[in-house]
Design a protein around this ligand. Structure first.
Ligand SMILES: Cc1cc2nc3c(=O)[nH]c(=O)nc-3n(C[C@H](O)[C@H](O)[C@H](O)COP(=O)(O)O)c2cc1C
Length: 240
């Protein structure tokens, strides 16, 4: 099995998303998968300008000669991970630019899915990989991922594939916080992410037990919010 993760956090290696993907891929590798994490923050990706030259003039090829030329071939894999923090209830601009630039993969002709809804045709013999979604956000509740859930279900439909697994975690700032008290909680959550990587590679999905565990907060949400507010008090006091 092969899995490629695209990380859309502007913070790259210093982000909470990086830690989540890293642990997930460790689990995947432990059962023999070939895995890679691509940091979109380190890539040059011009935003799509809607010229559709990739359909009408140079089929399959964008006019921009940037890093997407090396990234699109990486879709030749069993699974891709869209890994991205929540920014204003949505994906980051970096991730959206990346997703818009996937359009050269499709054939412009219209077709309908099994429910009669339109989408573009996929080229013959092209199989879009299954999706894994990994995200975290600053607030503690899991409700902040509602847009992600709908968005990636739609993206999967568009690309003639399916969402194999979704891993969402509020309280994301806990991921890289340095505190002795937090260590056992972080360790437990990292182990859970590794288990997710193993399960997706071996079963193609997450078990019900794992899904249930993923929904449990790392620490009680009220304590997390209390600490967050203390943190912001300290930061803002520095301005005085
Ligand atoms: C511009 C911006 C917008 C954000 N919007 C949200 C939001 O809508 N909801 C939320 O819970 N967290 C929000 N956050 C917090 C991030 O999701 C959080 O810090 C996350 O851990 C960042 O992940 P990263 O370290 O991988 O970049 C936002 C952060 C930034 C910088």
């Amino acid at each position: 099995m092969k899995i490629t993760a695209f990380n859309g956090s502007p913070k790259g290696k210093n982000g909470n998303t990086f830690i989540m993907v890293d642990e997930f891929l460790k689990g995947a590798i432990s059962v023999g998968a070939e895995a890679e994490q691509v940091l979109l923050s380190e890539k040059k990706i011009h935003h799509c300008i809607g010229c559709l030259a990739c359909w009408t003039k140079t089929p399959g090829k964008c006019i921009f000669e940037d890093d997407m030329r090396e990234l699109l071939p990486k879709f030749d894999t069993d699974f891709i991970v869209f890994a991205c923090p929540v920014y204003v209830d949505n994906v980051t601009g970096l991730m959206k630019n990346f997703m818009d630039r996937m359009i050269p993969i499709a054939d412009p002709h219209f077709t309908t899915d099994e429910r009669g809804e339109s989408r573009h045709v996929m080229p013959p013999n092209y199989k879009f990989p299954k999706l894994v979604i990994i995200s975290n956000c600053g607030f503690p509740e899991q409700s902040h991922f509602e847009v992600f859930k709908v968005l990636f279900k739609r993206v999967a439909r568009n690309m003639h594939t399916e969402v194999a697994a979704e891993i969402y975690r509020g309280e994301g700032e806990l991921m890289k916080m340095k505190s002795l008290l937090l260590k056992p909680f972080q360790y437990k959550y990292k182990k859970l992410l590794q288990r997710c990587g193993k399960e997706v590679m071996t079963d193609g999905r997450l078990s019900d037990e794992t899904i249930e565990k993923l929904e449990k907060p790392i620490v009680p949400p009220d304590q997390y919010s209390k600490h967050a507010n203390k943190h912001w008090d300290r930061e803002l006091a520095k301005l005085k």
